[in-house]
Design a protein around this ligand. Structure first.
Ligand code: PGA
Ligand code: ZN
Length: 418
């Protein structure tokens, strides 16, 4: 069995221009690279992203995490056989010894964990999705085409307004629809609000001067029609409220109002009645399981209620959410938990608990397409990886195009399973 011959971490930049950890690893002449993403609307219960907090990069340097890889993790793992992801991840979890990876940093551990997976694929001459699963599907993309909240400088409280091209036979056709609608939206926004309305936010979606949630969704329906597609039948809508970000002093500050939980429930009901909305993520504060459950009772049979900051890809929090019937979909982000094995365990738990899975990027991304392979291998129903623009987003979509082509006749698009 081949062994890990070399592990080396360095500091590189993410899509926002902030430092992040890259891990290079080598075995049998194969050299792989894995880069760790980073959130902006980060959940309070996520594993620790270790930052230097000194005068470099406004405190955001990751040299401590890099050192933890090079001086603590690498000496332990070099020479180990590449037999099992789980065993190698466990060595790192034991080295760290804390629940939230506060000793070594989730960014240090995850970089190595992803690199190990790439090495294991590389030495077998396989693609990553092939070693992570044995039965595959192509996920439906949730394309974030209007950016609000912390990801843009506008007035929209809701963070993400997404189009969901499910009514197609292949991922390739769905992505084409996504791209065409993105460009129709660009023209419509320019016409209505002027050229500065098509400046983009962190995830490549436009950041127009719209201040009401319903108006943003209305623009998306117009763009779908303008591009020649049929809303609801072919292309539906999804939102990520990321509501913790606009919850202050017991009220949700949205659409120029200060809303109670009941008013938010009414708002979501109105939006779901008026628009072809099939998915609502983080509708309430990240600690408010009770309000999530209320929304589930109201519409959980019809649409996806997605837990992101609520559950942070952590099996303990997911179990809690399952018991409370607080959601029916998990947003799975590998860096929220900090190792591939734990992320895969979270996905397994969802399968057992009858939850769907949306594999997700972060707002601070990189050119690493790893999550595309992951989504295919765990047969995630959906993937959320931004607008069909900007290379850190298209890196994932393009990898899905490659995988679909490679699977040929065996490729199954999740949209066709709905
Ligand atoms: P983040 O946003 O990466 O900034 O946390 C993505 C999300 O909330 O889903
Ligand atoms: Zn989210």
């Amino acid at each position: 069995m081949p062994t890990i011959e070399r592990i080396h971490a360095r500091e590189v930049l993410d899509s926002r221009g902030n430092p992040t950890v890259e891990v290079e690893a080598e075995s049998m002449g194969r050299i792989v690279y894995a880069i760790v993403p980073s959130g902006a609307s980060t959940g309070e219960h996520e594993a620790l992203e270790l930052r230097d907090r000194d005068d470099r990069f406004h405190g955001k340097g990751v040299l401590k995490a890099v050192r933890n890889v090079n001086e603590i993790i690498a000496p332990k793992l070099i020479g180990e056989e590449l037999d099992s992801q789980e065993r190698l991840d466990q060595i790192m979890l034991d080295l760290d010894g804390t629940e939230l990876k506060t000793n070594l940093g989730a960014n240090a551990i995850l970089g190595v964990s992803l690199a190990i997976s790439k090495l294991r694929a590389g030495i077998q001459g396989k693609w990553i999705y092939e070693i992570l699963g044995d039965d595959y599907t192509l996920p439906v993309p949730l394309l974030n085409v209007i950016n609000g909240g912390k990801h843009a400088g506008g007035k929209l409280a809701i963070q993400e307004f997404m189009i969901v091209p499910h009514g197609f036979d292949t991922f390739k056709e769905a992505l084409r629809a996504g791209s065409e609608i993105y460009h129709s939206l660009k023209s419509l926004l320019k016409k209505k609000y002027g050229v500065s309305a098509v400046n983009v936010g962190d995830e490549g979606g436009f950041a127009p001067p719209i201040d009401k949630s319903a108006d943003a969704l209305r623009m998306l329906v117009s763009a779908i029609e303008e591009a020649g597609y049929s809303p609801a039948e072919q292309v539906s809508l999804a939102i990520d409220a990321a509501a913790s970000e606009f919850y202050h002093d017991g009220r949700y500050h949205i659409d120029d109002k200060q809303m109670t939980v009941q008013q938010m429930l009414d708002l979501y009901s109105e939006l779901a009645d008026e628009f072809p909305l099939i998915s609502i993520e983080d509708p309430f504060d990240e600690n408010d399981f009770t309000s999530f459950s209320k929304l589930m009772k109201l519409m959980g049979k019809k649409i996806a209620i997605v837990a992101d900051d609520l559950t942070v890809t952590n099996v303990n929090r997911i179990k809690q959410a399952m018991e409370a019937e607080a959601a029916n979909y998990l947003l799975l982000k590998v860096n929220q938990i900090g190792s591939l094995t734990e992320a895969l365990n979270a996905a397994d738990l969802c399968r057992r608990g009858n939850w769907g899975v949306v594999v997700s990027h972060r707002s601070g991304e990189t050119e690493d397409p790893f999550i595309a392979d992951l989504a295919v291998a765990i047969k995630a129903e959906r993937i959320k990886t931004g607008a069909p623009a900007r290379s850190e987003r298209t890196a994932k979509y393009n990898q899905l195009l490659r995988i679909e082509e490679r699977l040929g006749d065996k490729a199954v698009y999740q949209g066709t399973l709905l």
